[in-house]
Design a protein around this ligand. Structure first.
Ligand SMILES: [Fe+2]
Ligand SMILES: [Fe+2]
Length: 154
């Protein structure tokens, strides 16, 4: 049975932390621009672009680093949960892609488009936070499972 590679698990957990600090920066900037209709969106656009590449790289690390293959060789509860998380990656990237397109189009902060963009961004951030929290928990359970069971135990 495949076991979790400790350096991969550590890298994923570390990325979750840097990811969270970028989310906080985005939230702070979103709050700033929401306060005045003449604020510039340039900073937020830049943050969202780097967030998009960070999220893409992070998902690729989880997908190509072999993490899901490890889950696949574990009991059904792990496999199910992991498959659901994997499916969320594609959905998140699509949503983030749409949010980026919208923010590049917005001309006025007092427009309905900006209100819709803010709502979509806040919803996505909440869903991403939950995803990463669930993932941390699942990863912890996986490591715990592998420590408790012998090398040939399923
Ligand atoms: Fe993930
Ligand atoms: Fe993750």
């Amino acid at each position: 049975m495949k076991r979790i590679n400790v350096s991969l698990a550590t890298r994923i957990a570390t990325e979750h932390l840097s990811y969270r600090s970028l989310i906080v920066e985005i939230e702070t900037d979103l709050a700033r621009v929401s306060q005045t209709s003449t604020a510039s969106l340039d900073g937020l656009r830049k943050l969202l672009r780097s967030f998009h590449s960070q999220v893409r790289r992070h998902f690729a690390l989880e997908e190509r680093g072999g993490l899901f293959e490890v889950y696949d060789e574990h009991p059904l509860a792990f496999r199910r949960h992991a498959r659901a998380m994997l499916g969320q990656h594609r959905v998140f990237l699509e949503r983030l892609g749409r949010i980026l397109e919208t923010v590049n189009r917005i001309e006025r902060l007092d427009s309905p488009e900006f209100t819709e963009f803010s709502r979509d961004l806040r919803d996505l951030i909440a869903a991403l936070r939950k995803h990463e929290r669930d993932e941390d928990e699942l990863l912890e359970r996986l490591v715990d499972h592998d420590i408790r069971h012998g090398p040939d135990h399923p």
